[in-house]
Write a protein that binds this ligand. Structure first.
Ligand code: AMP
Length: 552
């Protein structure tokens, strides 16, 4: 029997209309670096998004399914593109402005973007790429920044350049939004590509709508129109973890840092605008902590912070506890929209009892089914001990990549199981009450004498040492054991390395056979374009003899 319920599509258009009317007075504040930030109500954002859709269709000829890319910071104009482009039936493609030029060129060509909306301050990055982007016909420039870098390409006539404000000015405040299939593509992101070429994930209207509802549930981020969220995680990184759509849906005020992502302006933003929530990767919170330790600022408005993208060192969580800021660990990936787990402890526990739950990656919501695949392909029990590769499925999880993966010999079966689950490449354990603890990326795990050593456990233990600012541990070849850990550490100002002491410190919490013999001090841990430890680079530095390694 079929149900008797209405079959109304779940679309971004619905989020746009609802947010701009019911929550019309909620605000988007964009930091300008000057004395006054720029403030726009949801009603204004919605009206401007409507005009943008009209301009893209009528002036630029953007049709259904065509890709409109953005090369932008987190700001109100970018939010307008987030709402307008999917709602008009086109595909929003957010470009990662930290990628090397060759990868950006590869991605734009693979997606066949027709339009790029770019912030003025990013034109020096975009202009030299344009001759290599044959599908791009229009560049729309928004916000401050010198337009001169585009002069050379406009002279050639292939690419037309528009000013965002001029394009939307005077346009009708209405648009005949199409009736969309909820399964149609709405937005796309490419994975950050630490191995091989990036792979494109195309989110549907339905997946964005359902993911937004999940993000707004108490077990995930649980924000309401009484909150203001500081969205530091870039809008080009998994749609800023889905926050712009989720918050527009329920009227959460947004504080957008634009290009002011350094610790000092962030600290100032938090003290003056008093957000109640924020979201960013651990590296960023490390930087902010160093800043406020040196120049104290009041961060206490920001009672809750969602932290993820890489493992959050427990020491960082403890340091923020002291500042009255609770970091809440979450796990996800580009392929999962990204909300997977969130580490809210069960109810009724004391602070001490909560701690072991808080440092896990967290619990899965109903929309994300999980299983652990063992090395032999068997599925492992949730006993908190059996480590396997995490596989997930659900309505906001990718089931394929966009248009194959180009030049790279990519085998879909490596990423998707025959019964349609996503193989995450993350290795971990799940406790009997459903809490996930990741011990490694499958490719980063250290296989020593047939046993696994968790690089993440070693890093977390090292980063709890008062002299250590950052630590990354990688597997290096070893004649006797196959692989052994190499510990690279960044020491706090002026400290001289005492490896024996560090090793002894580790022995307090790590089994003796897992302790690294190889040590090196580095000035900084190499990071990927989205701020994760780039272990590929460390392994290469080691292989090429660039690190000064001490045996202890
Ligand atoms: P991306 O697609 O760039 O967001 O990268 C996703 C990957 O980041 C995951 O597969 C994990 O390896 C890693 N990751 C994300 N969140 C966490 C977390 N809370 N703890 C550890 N690793 C994480």
């Amino acid at each position: 029997m079929l149900s008797t319920m209405q079959d109304v599509p779940l679309t971004v258009t619905r989020i746009l209309h609802h947010g701009m009317t019911i929550h019309g007075s909620s605000q988007v504040t964009t930091w300008t670096g000057g004395s006054e930030p720029e403030r726009r109500s949801f009603a204004e954002v919605g009206a401007r998004a409507t005009r943008l859709a009209g301009a893209l269709r009528d002036e630029l000829g953007v049709g259904a399914d065509e890709r409109v890319a953005t090369l932008m910071w987190n700001n109100a104009d970018h939010l307008e593109a987030y709402l307008a482009v999917p709602s008009m039936g086109a595909i929003l493609h957010t470009l990662n402005l930290r990628l090397p030029a060759e990868q950006l060129i590869w991605i734009v060509n693979h997606a066949a973007d027709r339009v790029v909306i770019a912030n003025g301050s990013l034109l020096p990055l975009l202009a030299p790429l344009l001759p290599h982007l044959p599908t791009v016909e229009h560049v729309v420039v928004s916000g401050p920044g010198d337009r001169a870098p585009l002069d050379a390409v406009t002279g050639q006539g292939r690419v037309r350049v528009h000013e965002y404000e001029e394009l939307i000015a005077g346009r009708p405040a209405t648009f005949d939004w199409p009736e969309l299939d909820e399964r149609a593509g709405a937005a796309m992101c490419y994975t950050s590509g630490t191995t091989g070429d990036p792979k494109g994930v195309v989110y549907s209207h339905r997946s964005i709508y359902l993911h937004s509802m999940q993000a707004n549930m108490g077990e995930s981020m649980g924000l309401t129109d009484r909150d203001t969220t500081l969205i530091v995680v870039p809008q080009f990184h998994v749609n800023a973890w889905g926050l712009p759509h989720a918050t527009f849906m329920v009227g959460v005020n947004m504080l957008m840092p634009d290009r002011f992502l350094q610790p000092a302006p962030l600290a100032e933003m938090i003290e003056t605008e008093r957000p109640t929530h924020a979201a960013a990767v651990p590296t960023l919170w490390q930087g902010l902590l160093a800043e406020v330790t040196e120049r104290p600022r009041d961060l206490t408005s920001m009672a809750r912070v969602t932290i993820g993208g890489s493992a959050c060192p427990p020491a960082l969580m403890a340091a923020y506890d002291k500042l009255g800021v609770r970091l809440c660990h979450a796990w996800g990936m580009t392929e999962t929209s990204p909300l997977g787990t969130t580490s809210n402890p069960p109810s009724g526990l004391t602070a001490d009892e909560e701690w072991p739950y808080r440092i896990t990656q967290g619990r899965f919501p109903a929309g994300v089914e999980a299983r652990l695949a063992g090395p032999g392909g068997d599925f492992l029990p949730w006993d908190g001990e059996s480590a396997g590769e995490l596989e997930v499925r659900g309505p906001w999880i990718a089931g394929a990549y966009y248009g194959g993966a180009g030049a790279e010999p990519f085998r879909p079966e490596d990423r998707f199981s025959p019964d349609g689950w996503l193989r995450t490449g993350d290795v971990g354990v799940i406790s009997p009450d459903g809490y996930l603890t990741l011990t490694d990326r499958a490719k980063d795990v250290i296989k020593s004498g047939g046993e696994w050593i968790s690089s993440v456990a070693l890093e977390n233990a090292l980063m709890a040492h008062p002299e250590v600012a950052e630590a990354a541990v990688v597997a290096v070849p070893d004649e006797k054991w196959g692989e052994r850990p190499l510990a690279t550490v960044v020491l706090k100002d002026g400290a001289a390395p005492d490896y024996a002491a560090l090793k002894e410190f580790l022995a307090g919490s790590i089994a003796k056979w897992q302790l690294p013999e190889r040590w090196a001090v580095v000035r900084a841990v190499p990071k990927t374009s989205v701020g994760k430890f780039d272990k590929k680079v460390i392994r290469k530095q080691y292989a090429e003899g660039e690190l000064e390694v001490t045996l202890v």
